[in-house]
Design a protein around this ligand. Structure first.
Ligand SMILES: *Cc1c(COP(=O)(O)O)cnc(C)c1O
Length: 478
């Protein structure tokens, strides 16, 4: 493609994206295509001759859009917010346009230095002390894997330089709660700890890790000759945004020499508001912290922020330092290939740089407070409505609720069927999208608030829709 065509089509596609965002509320939030429907509209074989992009806009409209679930829709209450502020769309365009690899400082100094500075800005915004140094990863899953690899190497005094875990005498053990995100067991498996050495501990009535259960598990492992290695604390679990008792966990981690990793993938964004920071009291004692600006904050996917206390340890675990990549600048600058798993790195920092400059810290704080207020409002409605139940505290932006008609009160299977039907009815109507989900065997409807476009009126509309669906279903009334 030459620059002439790029300019013409580029302007057209910017308009297309802008039009899409302007009319996004008109689409059914959840895509209605059936499996195979999108693929069936595409030729099975690639074009043999150049066909050009003359019809691409029409094809995006006809083939792609029907197969899109609209995460930036104001009626988005499913999974978690995946906010993609338009400023970060432009940043991604610039990143692709520059087409650089930021694996080392020399391969594009600006890619490293803009990242250095915006991660420092973000650290200040979160109220983390300057004992932490940040690096951008693709996802929290990757960051958590890095954390467990670093924990493994610290506990084993660099077993990777010898026979690896395979040559260790005592098995190393990882602890988290049974509400930990699936990326935690996945990281423990991939880092070679083995399922037998992962403790997913029971949680309390608020779905937070129980310190007494943790203490007992650690003591039993020590008595059995195993070596406690890492502890993952969730600040905002995925199911309910439960807050693990971080301060107590930090004390215990210090006492037993455990690596403490804080998974604040979603909730970390709230910490830009000083009044929310009680939620992660104790974070200063963590070895590593991850949060995802690509969820609630507004940088488009993917941009995960990983902070560590001991960068030298991270680099020692991650660095391979082949001589062909060595540059004269080593020692003076960061070579970010040594701060994570992949060698090649996109220029992701632009997205955070654009976002923070576009909104300012105060603008971002105001939006977080809006969303927290909307969630508190919905929680109040649920608590005040007869026949409705809230299944978890609402410290953040997620409300876990269900409809409990008197006739079904003690019938868990019937309640499950009923609430699945309520969620299904709301989702099919297309104005809102919620996630039906199981919480310790109980069927709930999970309402995750915080899309950029979601105002109070959209939360009010959802609450009307939920109540309407609940009474419209057979068997809902006694
Ligand atoms: C979303 C989430 C993750 C996973 O995030 P990715 O960036 O998709 O890997 C991990 N932990 C928690 C608590 C989350 O909410």
């Amino acid at each position: 493609m030459d620059t002439h065509d790029f300019r013409r089509l580029g302007h057209e596609l910017i308009d297309w994206v802008a039009d899409y965002r302007e009319r996004i509320a008109e689409y059914p939030v959840m895509s209605r295509v059936r499996p195979g429907e999108v693929a069936a509209k595409l030729p099975a074989e690639p074009p043999r001759r150049a066909e050009g992009l003359a019809t691409i806009s029409a094809d995006l409209e006809r083939i792609v859009l029907p197969g899109i679930t609209h995460w930036n829709h104001p009626g988005w209450f499913a999974y978690f917010p995946s906010n993609t502020d338009l400023s970060s769309v432009l940043a991604d365009l610039v990143s692709s346009g520059l087409g650089v690899q930021g694996m080392s400082w020399q391969t594009s100094p600006a890619a490293t230095e803009v990242e250095d500075v915006v991660m420092e800005w973000l650290r200040q915004m979160l109220g983390l002390s300057d004992a932490f140094t940040g690096v951008i990863h693709d996802t929290a899953s990757t960051a958590t894997l890095c954390a467990l690899l670093c924990a493994r190497e610290r506990s084993s005094n660099f077993s990777q330089d010898r026979g690896g875990l395979q040559a260790e005498e005592a098995p190393l053990v990882v602890y988290a709660s049974d509400q930990a995100h699936s990326s935690v067991p996945k990281a423990a498996h991939l880092a070679g700890f083995g399922a037998d050495n992962l403790r997913l501990l029971e949680t309390d009535d608020d779905h937070a890790l129980r310190l007494d259960a943790l203490e007992t598990a650690v003591r039993e492992d020590v008595a059995a000759g195993r070596r406690p290695c890492a502890l993952v604390a969730a600040v905002g679990t995925t199911a309910t945004t439960a807050l693990d008792p971080l301060a107590g966990m930090a004390q215990l981690a210090a006492r037993h020499g455990l690596w403490l990793h804080v998974d604040a993938a979603l909730a970390g964004t709230a910490m830009i508001c000083p009044e929310q920071r009680w939620m992660w009291e104790g974070v200063e004692r963590a070895d590593s912290v991850v949060l995802n600006p690509h969820k609630w904050m507004g940088t488009g996917f993917d941009l995960s922020a990983y902070y560590v206390r001991d960068p030298e340890h991270l680099v020692r675990v991650m660095s391979t330092d082949p001589s062909y990549l060595r540059t004269a600048q080593d020692g003076l600058v960061r070579n970010l290939r040594d701060w994570g798993i992949p060698l090649g790195r996109r220029f992701r920092a632009l997205k955070l740089w654009f976002l923070i400059r576009e909104h300012g810290v105060e603008g971002l704080q105001a939006r977080v407070r809006r969303d927290l207020g909307n969630a508190a409002w919905l929680a109040e409605q649920v608590d005040a409505a007869s026949g409705w139940q809230r299944l978890a505290p609402v410290p953040l932006q997620t409300v876990c609720l269900r409809h409990v008609p008197p006739a079904l009160q003690d019938d868990e299977p019937a309640l499950a069927v009923h609430n699945l039907a309520v969620a299904d009815r709301v989702n099919r109507a297309g104005r809102s999208y919620v996630t039906p989900s199981l919480l310790k065997g109980r069927q709930m409807i999970r309402v995750s608030i915080g899309a950029l476009a979601t105002e109070r009126e959209h939360v009010e509309a959802l609450w009307r829709e939920l109540r309407g669906a609940a009474v419209a279903l057979p068997g809902a009334r006694p």
